[in-house]
Design a protein around this ligand. Structure first.
Ligand code: AMP
Length: 283
């Protein structure tokens, strides 16, 4: 069975492949893989000669009250799935491997890291950009694949790569949803059947925003209000935020045009879920 390899092995396997003229793709994940992750792997397979997948539940992107300890972990199953997908290399480091004792260096995209999820999860994006920078240094991929599911992460990593002039192309893959529309997430495993139904409310709220926009409404405040009404139908679902922003800068918009990003987060029970859509004129 496919097994994961250590940091130095990963670095040298990747270097060897590069010297052999191979194009290297990296798919960073936190494991507990689902079809959303596998869509990234398939996109990498299509465009690269060597596909590396990292599996690392990154402690620095979790706050003290977040779910780091109980986050689902199943490395054997993940490795099996990745083997079936023809992945060449699985890198699943330990925390001390990724953060040598005493490490005090972090990477922050200032001004963007506090937006959307960064507002309610202080330090989250600092953890993400730090670990992604480390992974890029270890694997040195030509391309790295991320899901639109985490739209703020995509914007912030895009800015990280631009500002630090990293030689990696960021490829963004569409959100993979369950048949009823719920965005796939490793955290969906936390949901009881009744909560699973309620979780769909966020997608319905985003859909309502799209409908109202398609009817001609362009004021962000009114669009958000329409979305919030949907969430309010179910008092057990707590809204963290629902915002309409520029997808590249994450700045909030007052007047909205197509291609604006509508992003939201809700808490169902103790599970925090995110989702987003990009507005389209003829939605
Ligand atoms: P995670 O393991 O949740 O950190 O996710 C790893 C990568 O998979 C990130 O780039 C996510 O955006 C992406 N991803 C997670 N869920 C989905 C989904 N439902 N559709 C597409 N990409 C996803």
């Amino acid at each position: 069975m496919m097994t994961s390899i250590r940091l130095e092995q990963t670095r040298s396997a990747s270097r060897l492949a590069r010297h052999a003229g191979k194009r290297i793709g990296l798919v960073p994940t936190m494991g507990a893989l689902h079809e959303g992750h596998l869509s990234l792997v398939r996109a990498a397979r299509d465009r690269c000669d060597l596909v590396a997948v990292s599996i690392f539940v990154n402690p620095t992107q979790f706050g003290p009250n977040d779910d780091f300890a109980r986050y689902p972990r199943n490395l054997d199953r993940d490795c099996q799935l990745l083997e079936q997908e023809g992945v060449d290399l699985v890198f699943a480091p330990s925390v001390t491997e990724m953060y040598p004792p005493g490490a005090i260096t972090f990477v922050t995209v200032e001004g963007m890291s506090e937006k959307l999820c960064g507002h309610s999860r202080p330090g989250h994006f600092r953890g993400v950009t730090t670990v992604v920078t480390k992974l890029f240094h270890i694997v040195e991929p030509d391309l790295a694949f991320f899901g639109q599911k985490d739209a703020a992460q995509v914007a912030i990593i895009g800015r990280l790569v631009r500002d630090l002039q990293m030689a990696v192309e960021i490829v963004v893959c569409p959100i993979v949803r369950d048949p009823d529309g719920l965005a796939m997430s490793s955290r969906n495993a936390y949901l009881h059947p009744r909560q699973r139904k309620r979780a769909l409310l966020l997608f319905r709220a985003l859909d309502r925003v799209q409908q109202v926009f398609a009817q001609g409404e362009t004021h962000a405040g009114k669009l958000i209000e329409a979305g919030k009404q949907v969430i309010a139908e179910e008092p057990s679902v707590q809204l963290d935020y629902l915002e309409i922003v520029n997808p590249e800068t994450l700045d909030t918009l007052e007047i909205v045009s197509s291609s604006a990003l509508v992003a939201g987060a809700v808490v169902v029970g103790t599970t925090r879920l995110i989702d987003n859509i990009v507005l389209a004129r003829s939605g």
